[in-house]
Ligand binder design. Structure first.
Ligand SMILES: Nc1ncnc2c1ncn2[C@@H]1O[C@H](COP(=O)(O)OP(=O)(O)OP(=O)(O)O)[C@@H](O)[C@H]1O
Length: 356
């Protein structure tokens, strides 16, 4: 039996070339993702968190083969996705099969549902693709039973409606159902619960996890909200990956990462999440030297977080930290290794590197 993970990202980078300024021959490179290695196993939950623009969506799309990496490899069950997409692989697997196995659901479900088709017709399409041998009546029965399962009852009534006749939460359930009907190995849920009322978010996360067991699928769950990521990941027994300026700074089990953050940036995210900040022990002030996020076109040298990190020393300015295992986590910070030269270097003075 193969020991390859379902999905593996090896030292993946995604750089976008943008035109800048008025001179059209000028261009700048946005380093959206840099040096990321990550595995997603069968029935896994991997959540990606971090500030806006840190590269969560780009990394998620790269993991499911929708974004070509500039460097590194993305493999599905050991096969390089882009070799297959480019027709350069002799694997007994097509891009269409992989595409079917790696599904995506977005923040705005309405935009991905054809407004002119009824829900029954929208959900029939994937079933026709995956099980072309099904009779119309069998297809309808399966769709009704799935709609009941996702809480849309009576199913026949919902199946006959158009998308605009559903609430945002119901539309998201239809989009989730459509993804599940493809029998996917992985669903990338990109801020899939963010637009829902707060009261519905937990309900939707519970539903996704319940269906994970039924459909045998993994999730890549993207959220800017650490509290939601904690709930989803802890209940799904998975890992949270914290991203900062295109890099993964800490990856670990939800409980460990939140109760005992190893990276100073994880502590910042925890501090900034009201549900998670430990009221009695949390510092009053933001545990960060600067608010502004550096430009991903020109990220800071050494550790990318050093310009904002309250623990930064000279060593962080010049040297790029590599991931270090700490219990079940992986931490990209010199402080995670007691023998690091970091401990002998001088603290960076306040505002010293304001231009980094
Ligand atoms: N197609 C593109 N062309 C150029 N730059 C891009 C493109 N897609 C993303 N970027 C840039 O890459 C960086 C990472 O973007 P990305 O959307 O992956 O971040 P994110 O963490 O998902 O952000 P958000 O939470 O706001 O959705 C940003 O600086 C963004 O502007």
């Amino acid at each position: 039996m193969s020991t390859d993970p379902l999905l593996r990202l090896e030292d993946v980078a995604v750089h976008f070339e943008n035109e800048s300024g008025l001179l059209t021959d000028e261009s700048e490179v946005v380093r959206a993702v840099d040096g990321v290695s990550l595995s997603i196993e069968e029935n896994d939950v991997v959540s990606l968190v971090g500030e806006s623009g840190c590269g969560k969506t780009t990394l998620g799309k790269t993991a499911i083969g929708l974004q070509r990496p500039t460097a590194g490899h993305v493999t599905y069950r050991g096969h390089d996705i882009w070799s297959i997409r480019d027709g350069k692989s002799d694997a007994d697997l097509s891009w269409q099969e992989i595409r079917q196995s790696l599904q995506i659901i977005h923040q705005d479900p309405g935009s991905s549902l054809n407004p002119n088709r009824r829900i029954l017709s929208i959900l029939s399409e994937p079933l026709r693709q995956v099980n072309p041998e099904l009779e119309t009546s069998e297809r309808r029965e399966r769709i009704y039973s799935l709609l009941e399962r996702v809480g849309m009852s009576p199913a026949q009534d919902f199946a006959d409606r158009y998308p605009h006749q559903l609430s945002g939460g119901e539309q998201q359930r239809v989009v989730l159902s459509r993804a599940l009907l493809m029998n996917p190995d992985v669903i990338l849920a990109d801020e899939a619960i963010s637009a829902l009322d707060v009261s519905l978010r937990v309900e939707m996360m519970d539903l996704m996890l319940e269906l994970q067991a039924v459909f045998d699928t993994s999730y890549i769950f993207i959220s800017h909200d650490l509290s939601n990521a904690r709930y989803f990941t802890q209940h799904g027994d998975g890992k949270i990956g914290v991203m900062y300026l295109g890099e993964l700074t800490e990856v670990g089990p939800a409980k460990q990462l939140i109760e005992d953050p190893q990276h100073p940036y994880t502590s910042v995210l925890r501090w900034a999440t009201p549900d998670l900040a430990a009221v009695d022990t949390a510092p009053q002030e933001l545990p960060m030297r600067k608010i502004d996020v550096p430009d991903p076109v020109n990220p800071p040298s050494g550790c990318r977080f050093h310009t904002r990190c309250p623990e930064a020393r000279e060593h962080c300015r010049t040297t790029d930290p590599q991931p270090v295992p700490v219990e079940e986590s992986s931490v990209r910070c010199f402080r995670a290794r007691s023998t690091s030269p970091y401990w002998d270097s001088e603290p960076i003075e306040e505002d010293e590197d304001a231009t980094d």
